[in-house]
Design a protein around this ligand. Structure first.
Ligand SMILES: *[C@@H]1O[C@H](CO)[C@@H](O)[C@H](O)[C@H]1NC(C)=O
Ligand SMILES: *[C@@H]1O[C@H](CO)[C@@H](O)[C@H](O)[C@H]1NC(C)=O
Ligand SMILES: *[C@@H]1O[C@H](CO)[C@@H](O)[C@H](O)[C@H]1NC(C)=O
Ligand SMILES: *[C@@H]1O[C@H](CO)[C@@H](O)[C@H](O)[C@H]1NC(C)=O
Ligand SMILES: *[C@@H]1O[C@H](CO)[C@@H](O)[C@H](O)[C@H]1NC(C)=O
Ligand SMILES: *[C@@H]1O[C@H](CO)[C@@H](O)[C@H](O)[C@H]1NC(C)=O
Length: 171
């Protein structure tokens, strides 16, 4: 689609646009650590944990566990309810898995080596981003604006943390 007569500055502008878009993406992610400081282990009620979280498109869910002992499978609702591989859509085994949540829908994760039956299952609902929440002039915009600004700040730090951890994992 690019015009052959585009001036030489165009490629750099494209690079800048891509970087800017990336920065926006970075600022819009929260890393939800499953089980918080309890991690991904048997005999924890992950419904209580997930009920306390609000997930938005672009956030991450991350699982921390003993590599080799546990793992993570994304399944569908049937797999989640019955602790089976029904509807399996992915698996992770690193012990420190950062899983992106790109769609607004329910996600179901279980441990794939029998520990699902001991509670290692978590279901979450990912909500669409509400871009116009703070620009609507309907009473409580101030509080909402502050909330989303704080959320954006938290999100960018969460992403940087996730990136740093990912980089560290490679070293
Ligand atoms: C987790 O806690 C909720 C709320 O107390 C409860 O309804 C649910 O049955 C519990 N789940 C398990 C697997 O114990
Ligand atoms: C849910 O969040 C509240 C407020 O942050 C906290 O007091 C409570 O311990 C949390 N519950 C669970 C199960 O994490
Ligand atoms: C799995 O759980 C669903 C409920 O979500 C149930 O209707 C179905 O019979 C179960 N399937 C198996 C094979 O246990
Ligand atoms: C989950 O996947 C299995 C196997 O593909 C399928 O039979 C089942 O209907 C699916 N369950 C749901 C709730 O989509
Ligand atoms: C786990 O995922 C890999 C690809 O990442 C796939 O090749 C493998 O078959 C999956 N294993 C299971 C049991 O689904
Ligand atoms: C944006 O605002 C319109 C009303 O002006 C509303 O219908 C819509 O749901 C809002 N979108 C989001 C993502 O909040």
């Amino acid at each position: 689609m690019r015009s052959p007569t585009a001036p030489p500055a165009m490629p750099w502008l494209l690079v800048l646009a891509v970087l800017a878009g990336f920065a926006v993406d970075l600022s819009a992610a929260t890393d939800h650590i499953v089980g918080a400081n309890h991690g991904w282990n048997p005999n924890i009620n992950y419904s209580l944990w997930s009920g306390n979280q609000t997930f938005y498109v672009g956030d991450l869910i991350s699982f921390r566990y003993q590599k080799g002992t546990h793992n993570v499978f994304e399944v569908n609702e049937t797999g989640y309810d019955n602790c089976t591989m029904a509807g399996v859509a992915g698996n992770w085994t690193s012990g420190k898995d950062f899983i992106p949540l790109p769609e607004a829908r329910r996600y179901y994760f279980i441990c794939g080596n029998g520990f699902c039956l001991q509670g290692m299952k978590v279901a979450i609902t990912v909500h669409p981003l509400q871009h116009n929440a703070s620009s609507k002039g309907s009473g409580n915009t101030g509080a909402q604006g502050e909330t989303s600004a704080a959320a954006l700040t938290r999100r960018s730090f969460a992403w940087l943390g996730a990136l740093a951890a990912a980089v560290a994992a490679f070293c």
